[in-house]
Write a protein that binds this ligand. Structure first.
Ligand SMILES: NC(=O)c1ccc[n+]([C@@H]2O[C@H](COP(=O)([O-])OP(=O)(O)OC[C@H]3O[C@@H](n4cnc5c(N)ncnc54)[C@H](O)[C@@H]3O)[C@@H](O)[C@H]2O)c1
Length: 304
C-alpha cells in the first residue's frame, strides 16, 4: 500500500478517493464490462451499494502518543474527521489541533480513561456533536505492566486487562449505535501485538490481553458482519514509541532488536498507522475477523 503524500493531502471530508481496480493489483486484465463491474459488485456485498471510502469520523483511543497519534494524523491527512481520546487530555487536544490545522478536518481531543466505562457514553456524545457521525474505532490505548506471572498482583493484572482488552469490548458497545448509523463502511481496528502469538516471561498480562483482542476480533466480526461492520486487528512488532522507550534505553537493546528484524529497522508509528488506515478503508472491504502482523519479519524468522 502506497503511503499518502504529505505534500499533496487529499481534500477534506467530501472528497472521493480514486478507485483502484483489483485487477490492476493482481496483474489481470481490467478491460471488458465484467472486469469493470467487479470492484463495485464486491463492495456492494459489504457496503450496501456505496463504493466510496467512508467520510465519517473515527475515534482513536490512545491518540495522544505513538501509534494512536500517527493513526489520527494519517486519517486526517486522508480527509477523515477524528476524535482523539487519551487519558492524557492535553496530548489528545494537541494531536486533534494538529489534525485540524494541518489537514482542515473536524477534530476534537478529549480526555478519556478507557477503563472508566461509565464515562464512554458522554465521550461518544461529545465526539458526535463535534466531529459528526462516527464510522470508525481504533483502539490503540495500551499499557505494558511488566511483571512475571509468579509475582504479579491482582491490581496490576486487572489494570492491563482493563485497558488493553476490556476497553476493546466496552468501546465497541459504546460506539455500536454510531457505527450502525454511519454505515456503510463502518469498521473497527484493535491494536494487538505479536505478543498475542509469542510468550514473553515478563509480560503475562500483556500477552494475555493482546491474545484476547484476537478472540474479541473474531467474536465481534461474527456479530457485526451481517450489519456490514468489519472488525480486524493489527499486531505490531517493536515500534519506536514511548511505550518501549525504557526497553530501548537499556544498553544494546535497540541494536539487538534491529539485528533480529529481517527488515533491519524498528517500526515507526507511521508503519502501523498506514495498515490501520488500510483496514478502515474500503480497500479492505472484504477483510474482517482477522489480524495483520506488521513486524518487519520478526515472527516469520522466530526472532521474538
Ligand atoms: N510500541 C510497541 O512496540 C508496540 C508493539 C506492539 C503493540 N503495541 C500496542 O500499540 C498500542 C499503542 O502503543 P504505543 O506504542 O503507541 O504506546 P504509547 O505509550 O506511545 O501510546 C499509548 C497511549 O495510550 C494512552 N493510554 C494508556 N492508558 C490509557 C487509558 N486507560 N485510557 C486512555 N488512554 C490511555 C497513553 O496515554 C498513550 O498516549 C498499544 O496498545 C500497544 O500495546 C505497541
Amino acid at each position: 500500500m502506497a503511503p499518502v503524500s504529505r505534500k499533496n493531502p487529499a481534500p477534506p471530508s467530501t472528497a472521493k478517493r480514486p478507485r483502484t481496480s483489483p485487477g490492476g493489483r493482481t496483474g489481470t486484465s481490467t478491460s471488458g464490462p465484467a472486469a469493470r463491474r467487479a470492484p463495485r459488485a464486491a463492495r456492494r456485498r459489504t457496503h450496501g451499494g456505496d463504493p466510496s471510502t467512508p467520510n465519517t469520523a473515527v475515534v482513536v483511543t490512545g491518540g495522544g502518543s505513538g501509534i494512536g497519534q500517527a493513526t489520527a494524523r494519517l486519517l486526517a491527512e486522508t480527509g477523515r474527521a477524528v476524535a482523539v481520546w487519551d487519558r492524557d487530555g492535553a496530548a489528545a487536544r494537541r494531536v486533534a489541533q494538529s489534525c485540524s490545522d494541518e489537514y482542515g478536518v473536524p477534530a476534537v481531543g478529549i480526555k478519556v480513561d478507557v477503563t472508566k466505562t461509565t464515562t464512554l457514553k458522554a465521550a461518544v456524545k461529545r465526539s458526535r456533536t463535534e466531529v459528526g457521525p462516527i464510522g470508525g474505532l481504533v483502539h490503540a490505548a495500551g499499557i505494558g505492566g511488566p511483571m512475571p506471572v509468579t509475582f504479579i498482583d491482582d491490581d496490576a493484572w486487572d489494570q492491563v486487562l482493563q485497558v488493553n482488552l476490556r476497553a476493546g469490548a466496552t468501546l465497541t458497545r459504546a460506539l455500536h449505535e454510531s457505527l450502525l448509523e454511519a454505515n456503510p463502511g463502518s469498521a473497527i481496528v484493535y491494536v494487538s501485538s505479536i505478543e498475542a502469538f509469542v510468550g514473553n516471561a515478563f509480560l503475562p498480562a500483556y500477552c494475555a490481553s493482546k491474545a484476547g483482542l484476537l478472540g474479541l476480533t473474531r467474536a465481534t466480526c461474527a456479530l457485526l458482519g451481517p450489519d456490514g461492520i468489519r472488525v480486524n486487528s493489527v499486531c505490531p512488532g517493536a515500534v519506536d514509541t514511548p511505550l518501549i522507550a525504557p526497553l530501548l534505553e537499556m544498553p544494546g537493546a535497540r541494536e539487538n532488536l534491529i539485528s533480529h528484524t529481517p527488515l533491519g529497522r524498528l517500526a515507526q508509528p507511521a508503519d502501523i498507522a498506514s495498515v490501520v488506515c488500510f483496514l478502515l478503508s474500503d480497500d479492505a472491504a472484504y477483510i474482517t475477523g482477522t489480524s495483520l502482523v506488521v513486524d518487519g519479519g520478526m515472527t516469520a524468522v522466530g526472532s521474538v
